[in-house]
Design a protein around this ligand. Structure first.
Ligand code: HEC
Length: 380
């Protein structure tokens, strides 16, 4: 049967065997070996060499050489296993494993690898330990053709993700995963950029996304005559609340505040794909039109599906068989729109406050199959 299992069937098998055991930590938390056998062997192989039962386009990592892109400590690996790895077949297991099972399977995975020498002195390396960390500073370019950001904001969250924002207008540039940041600026020479250490799991619009809060659909702005209608987004404060880092900003139309927006990010996964979630809380100060551009492109929407009044699901094509799924969940009734220009969410003028979450699931090749799976899981 080797190699003949489809990815979906294999995942179903491992999900079932996982569910056969209690979800909530009870007296019998499974050992690292048991968890590994039930949930990981199918892709990573009996002895951790990455040769599992199923063939993946993007092979699962061999644990035998010990080179982990997202950190090699027990803490780092259990975070990776909980969150999954966006844009790869590695799903997140946060809802299936208890804290102690995560740690146990992380230790089990580490044991496949070689003895590790103690890590070199990392005096400048800033880690995210028990609370999110927010760092302001000069961010280097996230992609060869993207600009650097002398006023950047880097947020490290507890799930091992880091979030790079251009601080002048708080556009999210990229989401990384792994170690947090090296404070090269601590070397004492002014202007030295920070060095984010994580691997990019989602680069937004090639590292140059357009402004996110706008009065109307962007191509209409471009064709509007007269004064510029674009809004700016000014950073007001950052706050750690409920273990999350909230970024507070004011949306301004020239000198006039239109709304206050709070945003927090975290890992998000469904049973077969991993990604991230941006949660927004909006408080309006005027009834000026207000639109959030979750995505802007001219690549084309493959499919969009409303979820009653609770949000929508849509798939944007990016390559032959790759793309990004946006799964928007709303607390209040919002207007949404997806077409070849992008994916946007409108806050109705009569809504004083609004809340929504944008879940982003970057899909590697094999996106069509993943999309079918996501629809099944999300649609009521
Ligand atoms: C559906 C297949 C699949 C399953 C099931 C799976 N993985 Fe993975 N895993 C992958 C793939 C693919 C990668 C490599 C991703 C990449 O390209 O970086 C990976 C990468 C990893 C990494 C490497 C992270 C790093 O720092 O480089 C760890 C650790 C890991 N998996 C642990 C686990 C554990 C523990 C389980 C079971 C609880 C598990 N995986 C289940 C497919 C899977």
């Amino acid at each position: 049967m080797l190699g003949s299992l489809t990815l979906r069937r294999a995942l179903l098998l491992c999900a079932l065997s996982g569910l056969a055991a209690p979800l909530v930590a009870q007296e019998g938390d499974r050992s690292g070996a048991e968890v590994y056998k039930q949930l990981c062997v199918v892709c990573h192989g009996e002895n951790g060499d990455g040769k599992g039962l199923i063939q993946l386009d993007r092979p699962a990592r061999s644990f035998r050489d010990g080179g982990f892109s997202f950190g090699n400590t027990k803490e780092a690996i259990s975070r990776t296993v909980a969150a999954g790895i966006g844009g790869t077949p590695m799903p997140g297991f946060a809802s299936m494993l208890s804290e102690s099972e995560l740690e146990a399977v992380a230790e089990y995975v580490i044991a496949f690898g070689p003895e590790r020498p103690p890590s070199p002195d990392a005096a400048m390396q800033l880690q995210v330990l028990d609370r999110p960390v927010v760092v302001r500073g000069h961010l280097p370019r996230v992609a060869p053709n993207a600009p650097d950001h002398p006023r950047g904001l880097l947020v490290g969250t507890l799930d091992g993700l880091s979030w790079e924002y251009a601080a002048d207008d708080l556009r999210l540039l990229a989401v990384r995963q792994g170690a947090f940041v090296s404070r090269e600026d601590w070397k004492g020479r002014g202007g030295t950029p920070l060095k984010p250490l994580g691997r990019i799991v989602h680069l937004r619009a090639g590292g140059t996304p357009m402004t996110e809060f706008t009065p109307m659909y962007p191509q209409h702005i471009a064709s509007a005559v007269g004064v510029s209608l674009a809004y700016t987004r000014q950073l007001k404060a950052t706050e750690i609340r409920d273990g999350r880092a909230w970024i507070e900003a004011r949306i301004m139309k020239k000198e006039q505040p239109i709304a206050t927006v709070r945003e927090a990010g975290e890992a998000f996964s469904l049973s077969t794909v991993a990604g991230y979630r941006r949660t927004f809380e909006i408080e309006r100060h005027t009834d000026a039109p207000l639109l959030f551009m979750a995505h802007y492109s001219n690549k084309g929407i493959v499919e969009q599906l409303p979820l009653d009044n609770a949000g929508f699901l849509c798939f944007v094509r990016e390559g032959e068989d790759s793309g990004t799924v946006y799964f928007v969940q709303t607390r209040t009734v919002l207007d949404y729109h997806a077409d070849e220009n992008g994916v946007s969410i409108g806050v109705p003028a009569d809504a004083r406050t609004a809340g929504f979450a944008v879940n982003v699931l970057p899909l590697p090749s094999g996106a069509q199959e993943a999309w079918a799976q996501i629809k099944k899981e999300v649609m009521p």
